[in-house]
Design a protein around this ligand. Sequence first.
Ligand SMILES: [Zn+2]
Length: 357
Amino acid sequence: MSSAIGSRPAGAPAGQPAAAPAFPKIELHVHLEATVRPATLLAVARRNGYRLPADSVEGLAAVCRFRDFAHFLSIWMVTTPALQTADDFRQVVVDYAAEAAGLGAVYIEGIFSPAEPAARGIAWEAVFEGYCDGAQEARERLGVEVNLTPDITRAFSPKIAEETVSWCARYRDRGVVAVGLGGPENPPEPFATAFGLARALGLGSVPHAGEAAGPASIRGALNALHADRIRHGIRAVEDPALVVELAERGIVLDVTPVSNLRTRVVAALDEHPLRALRAAGVRCSISTDDPALFATDLSLDYAMAAHLGAEPRWVFENGVAGALCDAETRARLRRIGEEFDWTTVGPPPAPLIDSLR
Ligand SMILES: [Zn+2]
């Protein structure tokens, strides 16, 4: 596994050629707080008077060599608080949309965790206004459609979860389309009421499950939270009946191959369950999850996916199927996929694959 976490813009390992030309991509699973590249994060932290666990790009890279999923969560908790103002949140969306668009992204569902800054005393309005302003700017200035799918954080109480949902509903007309469930993968069932409220208010359900936790968490997400998609879901492979159910129901999994290596929920490149899921007919989209913390980008994640047999067109079509967008946007995305000449896409660049071994 590469240990060069956080120290490069990703996609092009030092001394290696840049990734293949961009083909259309849909990204459904990216935590906006963790898209801020190290140099920018250091500048934002300085501006806000926040002490990061390191004060250089190299130092942050060292901090981000994750031992396991719990270690990753602990680093998340000491890096993401650098973002504090509505303008920070706006800028995060615009910067990431620009980066992703440069790599072919045409549609993004961005995640943020509003209860965390709210618990630190930042107004809920500042968080939502900032991210929604960023999504609007990305749409208008960069031509990238960004919808928002804030996470309920499992570490907080069901009451805070319901408060999160009601804030999401207030911003439905500004691009908030669903709620997710993130943080430590405790059982999802205690959040059934919050997700019921979300559904009643017209919001979709996109919980994390089956990443660090096993198949039971995926079943809980489907049955108790009525998931429209599953974030990760890769541990479904441990339960053949569940794989069949996912395939038959056409549930899209938001798979994040590089993230799974970095947090060590998957031990090695060729052990990733994506190949088996694809062979079993489970629809998988491909995303970066936390690109700055994992030193990845869409090119690297798509290269790994292609190496595992998930070709770009299939991935794009699963993104179209899984996107929680309006009918007009879905039709536009479908047209992009139909009009693109996918035969021009070559195999994944060997240097990118080698950087993951
Ligand atoms: Zn995630």
